[in-house]
Ligand binder design. Structure first.
Ligand SMILES: CC(C)(COP(=O)(O)OP(=O)(O)OC[C@H]1O[C@@H](n2cnc3c(N)ncnc32)[C@H](O)[C@@H]1OP(=O)(O)O)[C@@H](O)C(=O)NCCC(=O)NCCS
Length: 187
């Protein structure tokens, strides 16, 4: 199993896998089409607010894409704190990463591919100075999977707060899209 950046040509496979992570793929069909097109045009690096998103894929020896994940700066978190000013928002987004989607083909789950993708994504972010990772999680079983891998999920009525350059930053239990979010320090 090899983990690499997505390339043009991986688009359909990446979008099909990403749909596994959303409870109602039909509702996200438009988004999937955009994702497939984006990967086929630009590969695994995409310009987003505050920096770049990276789409990683896990491929087997036959070059079949069996897993994917999408990491990017913590865009929503930075945007939720406009009072910090643009420079601090940028530094916050540089320090806090977000794992938007992680998905493994249903026929290949339980073989360590998800762990491998997460480990690679964490190492890539840590090398770039990210100190904390937020994960958006859409299913209860995945919640347990992430908890076993060091993520803490604040209960729905709680906010996790940490200090950044003298400001208190809160991470809500639910993302702006209504999914549970967990956080994990990267060492
Ligand atoms: C959550 C998800 C990404 C996990 O991926 P995965 O490849 O099945 O995960 P892993 O194989 O790495 O880990 C699964 C189990 O296999 C075990 N495992 C790890 N390496 C293994 C290996 N080489 N061989 C066999 N089992 C292994 C792990 O210990 C783990 O057990 P645990 O959860 O009881 O601790 C996958 O189930 C998935 O795509 N779910 C649907 C989408 C989703 O909900 N995504 C998350 C939110 S975006």
């Amino acid at each position: 199993m090899k983990i690499r950046l997505a390339r043009p040509g991986d688009g359909v496979a990446v979008a099909r896998l990403a749909a596994l992570a959303v409870p109602d793929p039909d509702a996200d069909r438009q988004g999937d089409g955009d994702l497939a097109k984006g990967v086929d045009q630009r590969g695994g690096r995409h310009r987003v607010p505050y920096g770049q998103a990276r789409i990683l894929v896990a491929v087997d020896q036959q070059h079949t894409v069996l897993g994917m994940c999408n990491i990017h700066p913590a865009i929503s978190l930075a945007q939720q704190h406009p009072h910090l000013g643009a420079h601090v928002q940028q530094r916050l987004a540089d320090r806090i990463g977000e794992l938007d989607v992680l998905a493994v083909d249903t026929t290949a789950q339980g073989r360590g591919i998800g762990c491998n993708l997460l480990r690679t994504a964490e190492a890539m972010l840590a090398t770039r100075g990210t100190t904390q990772l937020i994960a958006q999680v859409r299913s209860t079983s995945a919640l347990q999977w992430f908890s076993r891998r060091g993520f803490t999920f604040p209960s729905p009525n709680k906010v996790f707060a940490f200090k950044f350059e003298g400001h208190f930053i809160g991470i809500d239990a639910l993302s702006v899209t209504g999914y549970r979010q967990g956080y994990k320090p990267l060492h």
